[in-house]
Structure formats: structure tokens, C-alpha cells
Design a protein around this ligand. Structure first.
Ligand SMILES: *Cc1c(COP(=O)(O)O)cnc(C)c1O
Length: 374
């Protein structure tokens, strides 16, 4: 068993500069965005320094909230927090099959910043900003590009498209991180979606509970609540992210009726082992956060050093099946290149099939015949 999780001391309690506005805005304003600042907090390796210098100039920018950076180990370059957010020179390497837009989102845009790849769902890219830029980001082609939060005017044709397509019942508001927007702007987008009678569920895809838990204020929850059903899709990748502040954020959401679902990305050397995943998944379920997907990392250019072979996820799921309560077991998903859709994969539990009879193996290592009804 894992040792109890360390309680995280809120970094806002030891702010050097005077605080203006809410704690979360202060975290965003004080986010580390330069190599010089990063170097004050961490002892960088030459490859990290070179990667950070590169990120300052081009490509996916550097940004890390003081809160998230405080979870990183100052000296250990293998630290799972550090590897998620500190740039590395390996980002300049190419891997076979790498793509700038692995999910073909540009090709599936039906209105500016509205992506539609499934009959009943659509994805609204409401901003290009995040509080922390994850080094494995699927949308590194666009995040941090400088547009910031999209105005209601800019999104008007997306709303009009949704109103004309009643078959789309589920809208995922993503980006960037929609929770990095001001509350009024976020609520006005959600209210515009809610005003479309055929939109049944709204999902907010956000890493704020992980990288900026101060954002989940009582005020935010009060402002969003009237627009239920809103599901929150979050993105914890490692048990070290399960801090007291994150627990408060998740609990506040769940208590206010937001189902909170978690999507973990499998990352090489960060969470691709059964012990780490078990601690993470069990921790989430204790907070009433449902592990939804375990995602094979998308083949984004410059992320080969963070990706696992496809077989690794299958082995991990096999190890966890039966060992972990069903409510803690996510589905393993490959989002196929070119935007052809998500495919659930996993260990094969069927040994053989003949008419009326299927031979299954169970997690106990036995094989059992299942007979169809006549
Ligand atoms: C992943 C994704 C969805 C949501 O898929 P679910 O399996 O329903 O969670 C919807 N639209 C796009 C474009 C996506 O990439």
C-alpha cells in the first residue's frame, strides 16, 4: 500500500508579492514563463535548460503555476510533475508517425473553433490559454498561440451551427483550459450553449483541479450551477497531484452536482506502471472522481520521449483488472490518427469461440465456458 498522501501547503500562503484579486488569478499572473524564473525554482539539467530556451522562442510555450511547480522535485529530473511541465530538448526530436494535428481537428472544424467528429458530440475550443502547458499536449499546434479567450462574437457561428444541428446533444468546452477564463466569460459561453434546447449535456474539459485548484471557488460553482447538467472532465496523471487543495476543488464540484470524470494520459516513466496507476485511480475514487479514460498519448510532434508502446497500456489494464474495484477502472482508448475516432482497446478475455460456446479466461487465471441460450 501507498503511504498516505502528503498534504500540500498552499503556495499562496507564502507569496512574496502582494496579492491582488482572487488567489487563482494570482497563480496565473505569477506563473513561471521564463527560463530564468524556472532556474530559480529547479536545478535544471542541460537538456531541460535547452528545451526551456527553445520553448521561450517557439512552439509550445512554457507556463507553470507556482502551485504546480511546488509539487515538483527541485533536484530530480525524473520527477513525474517536472516531466509533465518542464520542457526538454527531446521535444525537438521526430518520431515515426508524428503529426502536428494528430486528431485531424482542423479538417473536422464545422465552424471557427467548433470541431465535430461524432454524430452526437462537438468540441468547442473556447480559448488557447492554459495555466500550465503540458509537454504532451494534443493541441500544441494552437495552445498559447496568443488569441486568448474567444469572444462571444467570435463564437457566434459555432452557436448558430449547434442550433441548426439538433443531433448534437453533448458539447465539450475545451481549449486551452476554459477555467482560465474570467467567470463572467465562461458563464456567458455556457449560458449561450444552454439556451440551445437540443444541447443536453455540457462538459467542461479542464486541468484546473490539477494545476490550479484555487480556481474552483464557491463563486464559480454558484455561477455555473444553474446551467446543469454540466460534467467536468479533468486530467490527473499521477498520485502526487492528489493534494489537499485538489481534493477540496473536486469535492466542491461533486457536492454541487457536477459529475467529475478523469482522463489520464499514459506517459512513459511518469505513470506507466501498475502501482502508480493503482494509487492514482484509488485516490480519485475516494474523492468521488470517476476514472473515465486511460488514454494512449496522441502522436503529437515532439512527444515521442513521453509516449508508451500500445502494448504497455494493455498490459497495465490486464494487471489492474480484477485487482481494482470496477468503479476505479477506466477504459483504455486510442484516439486514431487523422481524427477517425476513439477506439477502446484492452486485453483479450475471449480464448475461443464456437457456435453457442465462448471460452473466457478470468483475472483468476482460469478458463470458463459460457454457453449461449438455445
Ligand atoms: C474525444 C472527443 C469527443 C468525446 O468523446 P467521448 O468518447 O464521448 O468522451 C468528442 N469530440 C471530439 C472532437 C473528441 O476529440
Amino acid at each position: 500500500m501507498q503511504a498516505p498522501l502528503p498534504l500540500h501547503r498552499s503556495p499562496t500562503a507564502r507569496t512574496e508579492r502582494p496579492r491582488r484579486g482572487p488567489a487563482w488569478a494570482d497563480q496565473v499572473r505569477r506563473a513561471v514563463t521564463t527560463v530564468a524564473e524556472l532556474e530559480r525554482r529547479l536545478v535544471l539539467t542541460p537538456d531541460e535548460r535547452a528545451g526551456a530556451l527553445r520553448a521561450e522562442r517557439a512552439g509550445l510555450p512554457l507556463s507553470i503555476t507556482p502551485y504546480y511547480l511546488a509539487l515538483a522535485d527541485r533536484h530530480d529530473p525524473a520527477c513525474p510533475i517536472r516531466r509533465q511541465c518542464v520542457p526538454h530538448l527531446d521535444e525537438s526530436l521526430a518520431s515515426p508517425g508524428d503529426l502536428d494535428d494528430p486528431l485531424g481537428e482542423k479538417d473536422h472544424e464545422v465552424a471557427p473553433d467548433l470541431v465535430r467528429r461524432y454524430p452526437d458530440r462537438a468540441l468547442l475550443l473556447a480559448t488557447d490559454r492554459c495555466s500550465v502547458y503540458c509537454r504532451f499536449c494534443t493541441r500544441s499546434r494552437m495552445v498559447g498561440a496568443g488569441g486568448g479567450a474567444r469572444s462571444l462574437d467570435h463564437l457566434a457561428s459555432a452557436f448558430a451551427w449547434l442550433a441548426e444541428h439538433p443531433e448534437v446533444r453533448d458539447v465539450i468546452v475545451s481549449g486551452g483550459d476554459p477555467l482560465v477564463m474570467a467567470t463572467e466569460r465562461l458563464v456567458s459561453i455556457v449560458a449561450r450553449l444552454r439556451a440551445i434546447p437540443t444541447v443536453e449535456t455540457i462538459r467542461l474539459a479542464t486541468r484546473a483541479p490539477v494545476t490550479l485548484p484555487q480556481r474552483v471557488t464557491a463563486e464559480l460553482v454558484r455561477a455555473l450551477r444553474p446551467h446543469h447538467p454540466i460534467w467536468v472532465m479533468t486530467h490527473f496523471n499521477h498520485p502526487r497531484e492528489l493534494t489537499e487543495a485538489a481534493r477540496r476543488a473536486c469535492t466542491r464540484l461533486v457536492d454541487a452536482g457536477f459529475p467529475v470524470m478523469n482522463q489520464t494520459v499514459l506517459l512513459a516513466g511518469i505513470n506507466d506502471d501498475a502501482t502508480t496507476l493503482e494509487a492514482l485511480l484509488r485516490g480519485l475514487v475516494r474523492w468521488r472522481v470517476r476514472p473515465y479514460y486511460l488514454l494512449q498519448a496522441d502522436p503529437v510532434r515532439g512527444t515521442g520521449h513521453l509516449r508508451t508502446p500500445l502494448g504497455r497500456g494493455i498490459e497495465l489494464l490486464e494487471a489492474l483488472q480484477g485487482r481494482l474495484t470496477g468503479i476505479a477502472l477506466p477504459r483504455l482508448i486510442v484516439d486514431t490518427p487523422g481524427g477517425m475516432g476513439k477506439v477502446p482497446i484492452g486485453p483479450d478475455w475471449i480464448v475461443s469461440r464456437s457456435p453457442g460456446r465462448t471460452r473466457l479466461r478470468t483475472h483468476r487465471g482460469v478458463e470458463v465456458d459460457y454457453l449461449d441460450p438455445r
